[in-house]
Design a protein around this ligand. Structure first.
Ligand code: GLN
Length: 574
């Protein structure tokens, strides 16, 4: 029977519960166990698809088209767990199901209550993520213990544990040991109190993972053990990582966390842990020979989490290229104000990510023009690809007013448009192309060479499409449609063969990149950037001063508020 691990968080949010959960998943896989990963989110949105990236970070899309929490990205980058629409439940999703059943009369006249109806629905959701092939189901409970919102989830986990043998369910609590500079001390009181809160609702954590800046002394460990009712060896230190989040699993293994979990869950004798490939990857990540500077020209630049999977994909792609990636984060609106030359001078590659809403679109188009004309490697993702088509239409095909119908519904040249079937649908939530779609790659194209296979599957999250009415004309001018979703005849990839690297894709390759298997598009983009850097004598690009964009309008797939800014940072640090 499947065993369960519940991971809760205490003291503050943003402790890295998602990463820790993913790392625990990896530890168990390295010992040969099959795992599933799930996230329960306490907010009332049915899914994060309607939230602004500035509220929530990126929306992570699964193969089956679920719009989910970005922690699922960590799960897929660290483990082989299959994520799907059951891997992420929110309070909103649970309640809407209960209310749907109530309206249908399924509760036979009974009063519908949090306990047992909501908690039963949560338990059903937990079971839905598990299939019989799974040894251990790992479930991260979002939010912070002590919040009203997460109570039903904790209660459901408690009930599930009650119905099972003690060795079948493990509670891991991630907490913070703040360091007070003034007194030079680490403090255990917040941890004691958050464990106290858990115990009040009937959950005694078995393992405490303590986020800390400094090592935990034996004395401190003893104190935590005594006050939190957890054996000393079950107090695990999770010190801030030095250079990469990918160090975390190795740090946890050093403290024997995997052996401890195997013992506590009385898992059958497992194979010895094998993380040699991961360690080799870390060695390469630590000591790159080269460096490149990549500009990411986007709308949600001030929040790292808004483009999380893209930044991670770039990091992964540095590994086989032996290259450190330095990011130049550029707010697309600033390009409109200051010009591409000022903000992009010296970069070795330009990436334009996806997005919704008009703000910054012309800045993206300008950045793409700069990349095309100066022969700087360019990768456009989703809206980034659409902007590449707009740029080509305006500046090469001479269609001065060409636009996407998303931004100008009356444009004379809607080079990006809604598919006819979608034009009259008013419920925007129902019209996106979401999840995995096939794509046939054109023989002889760059895309075909990059992937090394004639047929691929990639994940989508968009509403608008390349307008096939312009395909022949653009191809004759040098913009090749090199990937097609054949069943619906939709253009998935455009490329300029007469350019060192100019590729735009209608999908989101960033969801499928992993540290041990960097996505081929990102890998080859970074390779092209490195070639460009070498041609320039590997000179570091000039960094312009930081500049700030203004707060502005709604920008999600649906609605939401946000702010914008340009910053320059390096990737890889936690
Ligand atoms: N806004 C564009 C569309 O809906 C692109 C979406 C995206 O980049 N994810 O088609």
């Amino acid at each position: 029977m499947v065993k369960h691990i519940f991971i809760t968080g205490g003291v503050v949010s943003s402790l890295g519960k998602g990463l820790t959960s993913a790392a625990i998943g990896m530890l168990l896989e390295n010992r040969g166990f099959r795992i599933s990963m799930q996230k329960l989110d306490p907010y009332i949105n049915v899914d994060p698809g309607t939230m602004s990236p500035y509220q929530h970070g990126e929306v992570y899309v699964t193969d089956d088209g679920a719009e989910t929490d970005l922690d699922l990205g960590h799960y897929e980058r660290f483990t082989h767990a299959k994520v799907n629409c059951h891997s992420n439940y929110t309070t909103g999703k649970i309640y809407s199901e209960v209310i749907r059943k109530e309206r249908k009369g399924d509760y036979l006249g009974r009063t519908v209550q949090v306990i047992p109806h909501i908690t039963d629905e949560i338990k059903a959701a937990i079971q839905a993520a598990v299939d019989p092939s799974i040894d251990v189901a790992i479930c991260e409970i979002g939010g912070t213990v002590g919040d009203i919102e997460s109570l039903p989830f904790l209660e459901a986990a408690r009930q599930l544990a009650l119905s099972r043998e003690p060795e079948d369910v493990l509670f891991v609590h991630l907490t913070l040991l703040p360091y007070l500079k003034a007194s030079g001390e680490m403090k255990t009181k917040p941890t004691q109190q958050s464990v106290g809160k858990l115990r009040e609702i009937g959950v005694q954590p078995h393992i405490l993972i303590c986020r800390t800046e400094k090592p935990i002394s034996e004395e401190m460990r003893e104190k935590i053990s005594l006050f939190c009712n957890v054996p000393r060896r079950c107090v695990i230190e999770e010190k801030d990582v030095d250079f990469s989040i990918y160090e975390l699993p190795v740090n946890l293994v050093k403290q024997g966390l995997d052996a401890l979990i195997v013992e506590k869950l009385r898992l059958p004798a497992s194979q010895p842990s094998d993380d040699s490939a991961w360690r080799r990857m870390l060695e390469k990540l630590k000591a790159p020979k080269h460096r490149v500077e990549i500009a990411v020209v986007g709308k949600y630049i001030s929040l790292h989490d808004a483009y999380k999977s893209i930044y991670e994909s770039l990091t992964h792609s540095g590994i086989p290229n032996d290259t450190k990636i330095e990011l130049r984060k550029v707010a697309a609106e600033d390009v409109e104000q200051l010009g591409a030359a000022q903000l992009l001078a010296g970069v070795h590659g330009i990436l334009v990510p996806g997005g919704f809403g008009e703000r910054g679109v012309l800045g993206k188009v300008e950045a793409i023009r700069y990349a095309r004309e100066r022969k700087i490697p360019f990768l456009g993702l989703c809206l980034g690809m659409q902007c590449a088509v707009i740029e080509f239409a305006r500046n090469v095909a001479g269609l001065a007013h060409a636009h996407s119908a998303e931004f100008d519904s009356k444009t004379s040249d809607p080079v990006i448009h809604l598919m006819p079937a979608q034009e009259n649908v008013s419920d925007k939530g129902g019209t996106m192309r979401l999840g995995s779609y096939s794509c046939a790659l054109r023989p002889g194209s760059r895309a075909r060479a990059i992937y090394g296979t004639p047929q691929i599957e990639e994940r989508h999250r968009h509403r608008f499409e390349f307008n096939n009415a312009y395909r022949e004309r653009f191809e004759s001018l040098g913009l090749l449609a090199s990937g097609i979703h054949e069943p619906m005849n939709l253009v998935e990839i455009v490329e300029i063969p007469n350019h060192p690297f100019f590729v735009g894709v209608q999908y989101h390759p960033e969801y499928k990149s992993r540290p041990l298997e960097p996505h081929p598009l990102f890998r080859e983009f970074v390779h092209a950037a490195l070639t460009h850097a070498k041609a320039l004598g590997n000179a570091p690009g000039k960094r312009p001063g930081e500049s700030t964009g203004d707060a502005s309008s709604s920008d999600t797939g649906h609605e939401g508020a946000e702010v914008g800014a340009t910053s320059t940072t390096e990737i890889g640090a936690r």
